[in-house]
Design a protein around this ligand. Structure first.
Ligand code: FE2
Length: 255
C-alpha cells in the first residue's frame, strides 16, 4: 500500500486546512434552516439527530483528558506530556461543557441542559430526548465512532478530527442557526443559547488544532494517522447531516 507523504508538519497542517476546512460549504440541512424553509418536523428531526454530539459530551471531553499524558507503553509516542497549553485547553473544555451547575465560573449552563431547552422549545419533550432509541441507525454508528475517537485515539489525532475539523464547523453553524431559530422559528433566547454558546466557545475549542499538528505530528507515521483522523472527523459530521437530509427532507420521515 502506498503511504501518504507530507513534506513537514506545516505541510500537513496546510493540507488539512485546505481539504477539510477551507473547502467546506453549508450543508443543505443547515441551509434550509438558515433560510427558514425547513418544516417543524424537519427541524425536530435535526434536533433529535444532532443530539448525538452534545448528549455524550462528558464521555468525549473526559475521553480526551484521559489521553493528556501517554501511557508508559504508548507505541506511537503521540501523547502530549507536560504541555501546559494543551492540558489547560482540554480541562477548560470540560468546564465549558459541564457549565455553571458544576463550575460556578463557567461561561454558561452545561451544554447538555442547554440542548434540552432547545429541544423542548421546538416540541421534543425531555423524556423523549432521554430515550435510548431516539437516534437513527446511521447516527448510532456515527455517535459510537465519535466517542471511540475521544477515548481510544492519542490526543493529537482526536483533537484534529474532533476539535479542529468539527468545532470550526460547529462554530460557524452555531451562529447561523441561532439567528435563524429566532428569526424564522420564533425561538427564545433561552432556547437558542446552546447555539450562541457554541458559536463562541467552539471557535476557541478548535484553536488547538494547528498547534497540535505543528508541535506533535513530526514523523511520517504520525502525519499519516493525523490525516486519517481528520477524514474520520469529517466523515462523522457528514453521516449525521446526510442522514438527516435523506430521512427528514427527502423521505419526509416524521420522527
Ligand atoms: Fe458543547
Amino acid at each position: 500500500m502506498e503511504r501518504l507523504k507530507f513534506a513537514s508538519a506545516q505541510d500537513l497542517r496546510k493540507r488539512i486546512q485546505d481539504e477539510f476546512i477551507a473547502s467546506q460549504t453549508v450543508h443543505p440541512v443547515v441551509g434550509s434552516i438558515i433560510e427558514g424553509k425547513a418544516t417543524q418536523d424537519q427541524l425536530r428531526g435535526f434536533g433529535r439527530q444532532m443530539w448525538a454530539i452534545p448528549k455524550y459530551n462528558y464521555a468525549v471531553a473526559g475521553g480526551k483528558v484521559s489521553q493528556l499524558q501517554p501511557l508508559p507503553d504508548d507505541p506511537y509516542g503521540m501523547g502530549v506530556p507536560y504541555d501546559l497549553k494543551v492540558q489547560k485547553h482540554f480541562l477548560n473544555i470540560i468546564i465549558d461543557e459541564a457549565g455553571t451547575e458544576v463550575f460556578p465560573n463557567a461561561p454558561t449552563h452545561g451544554h447538555y441542559e442547554l440542548y434540552l431547552r432547545f429541544a423542548e422549545e421546538i416540541g421534543i419533550p425531555r423524556e423523549e430526548m432521554e430515550r435510548v432509541d431516539i437516534f437513527l441507525p446511521q447516527v448510532v454508528v456515527a455517535m459510537e465512532s465519535w466517542v471511540r475517537m475521544a477515548r481510544d485515539l492519542p490526543l493529537v489525532e482526536s483533537a484534529i478530527g474532533m476539535n479542529w475539523i468539527n468545532e470550526i464547523r460547529f462554530s460557524k453553524m452555531g451562529s447561523l442557526i441561532e439567528t435563524a431559530l429566532k428569526k424564522h422559528y420564533g425561538l427564545s433566547e433561552r432556547a437558542t443559547e446552546f447555539w450562541s454558546a457554541h458559536g463562541e466557545q467552539d471557535k476557541q475549542h478548535s484553536s488547538i488544532g494547528p498547534y497540535l499538528v505543528e508541535q506533535y505530528a513530526t514523523t511520517p507515521d504520525i502525519q499519516e494517522r493525523v490525516w486519517i483522523a481528520a477524514k474520520r472527523g469529517a466523515g462523522i459530521w457528514m453521516i449525521i447531516l446526510d442522514t438527516i437530509w435523506m430521512e427528514y427532507f427527502e423521505k419526509g420521515r416524521a420522527r
